[in-house]
Structure formats: C-alpha cells, structure tokens
Design a protein around this ligand. Structure first.
Ligand code: SF4
Length: 330
C-alpha cells in the first residue's frame, strides 16, 4: 500500500482484451494499477504498448531474453504442442513481476487469465502450477475469474473487494465483449497469436538450435525468423534468403567476424549464411545450394563468393536443384 493508503497492483499485460479488462476492473475499485510486459525475440510488447496508450495504465517493458533462455533449457520445463512452455513462461513472468512488486512497493500481482479459456494453459491445474512456481502464492489475482478460484490472500486481507470481481470461465468471449462495450474499449487485438513459440516451423528451427548449439546468442534467435533453414551436418546450418526482405533481415543478423556469407557473383540469387562458418566440404555444399536457388544457368558451374570478415574468396559450383536440397530443410 502506498503512503496515501492506496492499494497498488502490478499486472502482466499481453495487450489483449483480457489484460485490459483485468486492469479496468481493478481500477474501478480505486486500485492504482500498473502493467509490466516482457519482451524476447519470441514475443514483443507492442500490443501492451498500445493497450497502455489506450487505457492510460502505466506500462514498464522489460527485455528478459537471457533468463527466458535459461528457463527454456531447464529439464523441468513443460512444453506445449510446439516449443511453447506456457505454464513455466507465466510462472517466470510472475516471478519477475514479483521482484518488481517488492522493489516498487506493489501490494499484489494480477493478470487477465480466464479459467478454462485455453484448455492446456488456463485450467485449474495450470493456474495453480503457475502460482506455486512463481514464488508469490496467494498474491496473484485473476480478476476476470476470481470468483471461480480459491480466495487469495489479497482478497482475504480486504485489499480487493471479491464481490466486485468476476466469475468468467470457458472459451466464450461474450462477457468480455459486453464488458469492453461498457468500458468503452473499442480497439483491441484478436485473442491469441503473436508468440512464435506456438508456431510449428519456428519451433522446429528452435529445437534444432537447442539440439546443436550450446550457447545461443540473441541474434541466433532473430535469425530463425527469416529464410529457409537447412542443416547440412551436426556442426553446420545454413540460412537461405527467399526474398529481398529475407535477404535484408538475414543481413541484419549476421556476425561479420564469425559467419560465412555466400552469394552468386554474376546472377541474382539468395544471400546464404553459414552461422559460425563451416568446413570446406560444407562450404562447397552451401555454395551449390546457393547457386541452385539463384538465376545462374544450371548447365555450368556458377561463381559464388564466400566472405568471412575481410577475407573473401570465390568458388565455382554447379547448382544443386532445390528439389534435391529440400532434404536438408529443418
Ligand atoms: S504463448 Fe508464448 S508468451 Fe504466451 S504463455 Fe505461451 S510461451 Fe508464454
């Protein structure tokens, strides 16, 4: 509680309607609400920024990639259908928000989670799992479903009026849409979406990275977002640009000292990157794939430049047709 006696609450904000409503329901009770939104290469805080602008709820954005990656590597983590560790992700976010709660004098934490809305990550067991693993058991309020959940310490102590909280459950969005109208909230993003860890292809690439690379830099993760990804051997992966935008995005992720960059010399073609470089046979294979995706004629070896740092050389390789290089696709 602040010096003036006002109760202060810190909420996790995804920027979706449920996040927005959970804050507005508490603000209606005179609670001073703030939001925090966490960012990694897998999800951004852009929607939360928009929600904050629209509602006037102050927002703190924190980049948490190193600690998030540590969590992802933990053997105890429970993944969903893809590489999405939703329950451990929420538990981590609440743990980090809990640290802010202590540092900045908030009375409790809250989120827009709705009981039964997502069968795997928002059922009774998973909401409980999150609480237990957050280190803030009893101090996490879900205002939209509170009346369907056990009473928290926050409610028992009278910091929040439980009677004015809600009892929403299930997948229907009807009550939320009615509430949105009542609160005058007109602009909010479609539910779900936006987290790359729930994407099948991205998850496959991420898993490959975990399986083959001990230490993972942020730019390794950024690189997963563009181009075709091919694994040539246990130590060598290549990324092949598909479009000009891909080539530009890949170019922005290159570590010029570490990576090898391949390009067909006399014809338009993709940018191909071998992150952290590769052996000569792998470079030749990558050059063949590079030529195969280029406009170079397929009946003669194409000149391909191979650059690493300031060192540049040229190799000549017959293009490998995409139908043949498809087998390397991650
Ligand atoms: S969808 Fe992504 S951001 Fe959301 S809880 Fe799951 S892992 Fe975390």
């Amino acid at each position: 509680m602040s010096g003036s006696g006002t109760v202060r609450a810190l909420g996790l904000c995804s920027g979706g309607l449920d996040s927005i409503l959970s804050a507005l329901v508490l603000r209606d009770q005179g609670i001073d609400v703030h939001w925090v939104s966490f960012e990694t290469p897998f999800f951004s805080a852009d929607k939360a920024r928009k929600a904050s602008e629209q509602t006037g709820v102050p927002l703190t954005v924190r980049a948490i990639t190193p600690v998030y990656m540590e969590m992802m590597r933990s053997p105890a983590v429970k993944f969903g259908k893809n590489m999405n560790p939703c329950m451990d992700c929420h538990a981590l976010m609440f743990r980090l928000a809990g640290e802010m709660m202590t540092e900045q004098g908030f009375d409790f934490l809250f989120s827009g989670e709705v009981l039964g809305q997502r069968p795997m990550s928002q059922n009774r067991t998973s909401l409980r799992y999150v609480e237990k693993h957050s280190g803030r058991d009893g101090y996490i309020l879900r205002p939209l479903s509170a009346k369907n959940l056990p009473e928290t310490i926050v409610e028992k102590e009278g910091l929040v009026d439980r009677e004015r909280l809600l009892d929403i459950s299930g997948r229907s969005r009807k009550t939320q849409l009615q509430l949105a109208r009542a609160y005058g909230v007109t602009d909010f993003p479609a539910p779900a979406g936006g987290c790359l860890l729930t994407d099948k292809i991205f998850s496959r690439r991420l898993k490959d990275l975990f399986d083959h690379q001990e230490s993972i830099a942020e730019r390794d993760l950024e690189l997963l977002k563009s181009g075709r990804h091919m694994r040539l051997d246990a130590n060598t992966k290549i990324v092949v640009g598909r479009t000009r935008q891909d080539n530009e995005a890949i170019g922005r992720c290159i570590d010029t000292k570490e990576d090898m960059v391949l390009k067909v010399v006399d014809f338009p073609g993709p940018l191909v990157v071998i992150p952290y470089g590769g052996s000569d046979p792998m470079v030749m294979l990558a050059a063949g794939i590079c030529a195969g995706y280029s406009k170079a004629p397929d009946d003669a070896p194409a000149k391909v430049s191979v650059q690493r740092g300031r060192k540049r050389r040229q190799v000549a390789m017959l293009g490998i047709p995409p139908a043949q290089s498809k087998k390397f696709m991650i």
